[in-house]
Design a protein around this ligand. Structure first.
Ligand code: NAP
Ligand code: ZN
Length: 350
């Protein structure tokens, strides 16, 4: 029998989030049932609640940066036991058979991966509900091990912001001495700065917010470039080996393309929408590249978490109660998050 649990969600694109009840399936043979302790607040949660990507199913219960303790395991589960510290990111299922899944790239599953929220729920029907809730039941293949030595609250954002920035840095082989730009100092950007620094790169934070400059350096940036300052942008032209672009909306690309060196790549992870037209010449002269990247596979996510355990890397967070979520959304939209909100799920349980 399914269980009714407490959650927080939105009934339509204009509504505030409020408390509601949802159903969770029983813990099946291949499942892990998790008591959620913390859940990060990703800008994608807001895009989905507001139907920015025109594919939201209501009610939306967001949350794909889930941390918790194992409550129960199915009989085929050997990797986890009751009480283990675990995480769940943006996916809860995939076909496990297509070429993408076989190459550990479940995020590109040819059948379509099942999102932690707003995905197709093949067990209960309807759509999946995310981590703004007290518990979740997830197929064992999509449950991650969280190193016990890192701060549990700060680990939550690693499940999305962490892997989404780690994966392109690794895919494009960012290494010691590379000049790496990270655009946008929010949830993703601050993890990008930490990881690029840990990989030995010379990190430049590219931001619209001069008041974040000091923090950027504390987080690991060697330089800060204010993107609105044309003179400064000129000084950095044709000098970057790699740029990670986390801007959440469509924007002018030309000023950033101009920063790339010959043969260098800028990877987009933020703007899932039309970009402003940009000049082909900016790419042609210098053989420059623009690419995209979507989260990362489960194997790569575990590698990132293990790296965080070894290097003691977590997210810089502001802990909030569940009831304060609507206010937190407003601050994320105003680029006023330092640098990830994480919900203390005890505040929903009590
Ligand atoms: P966030 O915390 O809101 O950070 C975004 C940052 O971008 C802001 O803090 C701001 O930094 C900068 N920014 C905002 N609007 C801008 C504009 N119009 N022009 C230039 N810079 C702007 O968001 P997030 O959670 O890091 O997520 C970033 C984006 O990535 C979202 O769209 C999210 O949906 C997407 N995402 C994608 C994936 C993926 O797999 N590809 C995964 C997770 C999230 P400054 O103040 O420093 O300028
Ligand atoms: Zn996310």
């Amino acid at each position: 029998m399914s269980t009714t649990i407490k959650a927080y969600g939105a009934d339509d694109a204009k509504a505030d989030l409020k408390q509601m009840n949802i159903e969770r399936r029983p813990c099946g043979d291949d499942d892990v049932k998790i008591d959620i302790t913390y859940c990060g607040v990703c800008h994608s949660d807001i895009h989905t609640v507001r139907n920015d990507w025109k594919n939201s199913q209501y009610p939306v219960v967001p949350g794909h940066e889930i941390i918790g303790r194992v409550l129960e395991i199915g009989k085929n589960v050997t990797k986890f036991k009751e009480g283990d510290l675990v995480g769940v990111g943006c996916m809860v299922d995939s076909c496990q058979e297509c070429s993408s899944c076989k190459e550990d790239l479940e995020q590109f599953c040819e059948e379509g991966m099942v999102g932690t929220y707003n995905g197709k729920d093949k067990h209960l029907g309807g759509h999946t509900f995310g981590g703004y809730s007290t518990s979740v039941v997830v197929n064992k293949e999509f449950v991650l091990t969280i190193p016990e030595n890192i701060d549990e609250k700060g680990a939550a954002p690693l499940l999305c912001a962490g892997i989404t920035t780690w994966s392109p840095l690794r895919t494009w082989n960012v290494k010691k001495g590379d000049k790496v730009g990270v655009i946008g100092l929010g949830g993703l950007g601050h993890m990008g700065v930490k990881f690029a620094n840990a990989l030995g790169a010379h990190v430049v934070m590219i931001t619209t917010s001069p008041d974040k400059a000091k923090d950027a350096k504390t987080l690991g940036a060697h330089e800060v470039l204010i993107s609105k300052n044309g003179e400064d942008m000129k000084k950095h032209m044709n000098s970057f080996d790699f740029i990670l672009n986390t801007i959440p909306v469509g924007h002018e690309m030309d000023p950033y393309i101009a920063l790339l060196k010959r043969d260098a790549t800028m990877v987009l992870v933020g703007a899932v929408e039309p970009l402003k037209p940009f000049h082909g010449g900016g790419l042609i002269v210098g053989r420059k590249r623009i690419a995209g990247s979507l989260i990362g596979g489960i194997k790569e996510t575990q590698e990132m978490l293990d790296f965080c355990g070894e290097h003691n890397i977590v997210s810089d967070i502001e802990l909030i109660d569940m009831k304060d979520i609507n206010e937190a959304y407003g601050r994320v939209i105003d680029s006023d998050v330092k640098y990830r909100f994480v919900i203390d799920m005890a505040s929903l349980k009590n």
